[in-house]
Every structure is written in C-alpha cells, then in structure tokens.
Ligand binder design. Structure first.
Ligand SMILES: Nc1ncnc2c1ncn2[C@@H]1O[C@H](COP(=O)(O)OP(=O)(O)OP(=O)(O)O)[C@@H](O)[C@H]1O
Ligand SMILES: [Mg+2]
Length: 209
C-alpha cells in the first residue's frame, strides 16, 4: 500500500528539473520528511546501465527504445519507488511517465496505446500524486544545458522538436489538472522554488503545512 507522496518533475532540457528537485528535497527534509530523490531513466544500478546503453547506442526501433526504458522503469518502481512510498517516504523523481509520453510518443512515434498499456499494467497504481511541469522557451533551456556543458543527443535535436516537447508537456498538464501544475521556469531559481513549494503545500497538505 502506498503511504508516502510521489512527486515528479517534468519539462524539456535545461528547464531546471534537477535543480528544483534538489531544492524541494532539501526543504521537505527541513520540514521533517524522509525524502528519496531519484531520476529516470535510471534510479537503480541496472536501470542506470540501461540508460547508458540507450544513450550510447540508440536503438533503431523507437519501440525497442521505449521497451528498454519501460524495463528500466519497472525495475526502478519495484526496487526504489514503491518500497520508499510503502515506508511512508516522499519520493521525488526527475522525469517519469510524461517524458515517455512526449519523447517516445509525440516525437518518436511510439503508439499511444502501447505507452498507455505499460502505464496501466506496469506503472499503475504508482502514478505521481503531483507532477510539476517546468515550462520554458526551449532556446533558453538549451542554452542553460549547453552552459552546464552536457548536451545529450536529445538536447542536440532540432529546435522544432523541442517546441513539440514543450507543447506535449503543456497539453498533458492541461488535460490532467488534478495531477499537474505548470510553473513558469524563465524566472530565478528561488522564485521558481517558492512556487514549487506552494504547489506541494497546497496539494499535499497537511504533510507540508
Ligand atoms: N531558473 C534558472 N535560471 C537560470 N539558470 C538556471 C535556472 N535553473 C537552473 N539553472 C541552471 O541551468 C542549468 C540546467 O539546470 P538543470 O540541470 O537543473 O536542468 P534540467 O531540467 O535538470 O536539465 P536536463 O534536462 O538536461 O536534465 C544548470 O546549470 C542550472 O544551474
Ligand atoms: Mg537534469
């Protein structure tokens, strides 16, 4: 049975997901929560190996790539996310189902039915309680990621793809307002963190009161 809160950060490249995940974890810890910060793809030794494999040698088939990510997610759920939630801990995950929907689904063309089947049969019932979608002009996000000095093959994709990704995340957030909050990520780190905290406190009350 799930007891803890499950929070995910989503959005395009360089929008500040990892930065905000870390800041939220720090703040929740100060408030007395036990917090696990993790990421996808990855989050366990095996899942990180799958992540490295995919990033080094891209599968030719989008379905193969999707299923490898799905295998990593199944492992991550059973080894890390569910045990932590069952122990009453708060889990913060940097990218999750929405990244799959927009990258593998909207951009790389994996059938939505396949993606939803895996969500329903593998991920459920461990659906995030709250998803923070950080929204930013992709040219700004890519510049941030480039300045940080690590661009993946996704970062290097054509700018139109990044516009599609941004729209994909916004569409999901608008269609699932109970789960998702959109936050303007063009502002300072501290201002965004304050909005993230407000969203967490509002949604997951009384835990963050
Ligand atoms: N609000 C902000 N304003 C300016 N710079 C920021 C802001 N938030 C994060 N940064 C910087 O931008 C870079 C990207 O941030 P971060 O790594 O948190 O983004 P990300 O969404 O996790 O990126 P990726 O998709 O590549 O994992 C980092 O160097 C970070 O310090
Ligand atoms: Mg990151």
């Amino acid at each position: 049975m799930k007891i803890g809160h499950f929070i995910t950060f989503e959005g395009g490249e360089g929008v500040g997901k990892s930065t905000q995940a870390r800041l939220l974890a720090d703040r929740l810890k100060v408030a007395g929560h036990v917090v696990v910060v993790t990421r996808e793809p990855g989050g366990t030794p095996l899942a990180e190996k799958i992540r490295d494999l995919i990033l080094q040698q891209r599968p030719k088939s989008p379905e193969a790539e999707f299923l490898m990510f799905a295998a990593a997610r199944a492992e991550h759920l059973s080894a890390v996310i569910r045990p932590a939630l069952e122990a009453g801990q708060t889990v913060i995950c940097d990218r999750f189902i929405d990244s799959t929907r927009v990258y593998q689904g909207d951009v790389f063309g994996v059938e939505r039915a396949l993606i939803l089947a895996v969500e329903q049969l593998v991920v459920a019932p461990t659906i995030p309680d709250l998803t923070i979608v950080l929204d930013l002009d992709p040219t700004v996000g890519l510049k941030r990621a480039a300045e940080r000095g690590t661009l993946s093959r996704y970062d290097k994709a054509r700018i139109e793809i990044h516009d599609d990704l941004r729209q994909g995340f916004l569409t999901i957030a608008q269609s699932e307002p109970d789960r998702c909050v959109i936050i303007d990520a063009a502002r300072s780190v501290d201002v965004i963190a304050a909005d993230v905290w407000t969203a967490v406190a509002a949604r997951l009350v009384p835990a963050c009161g």
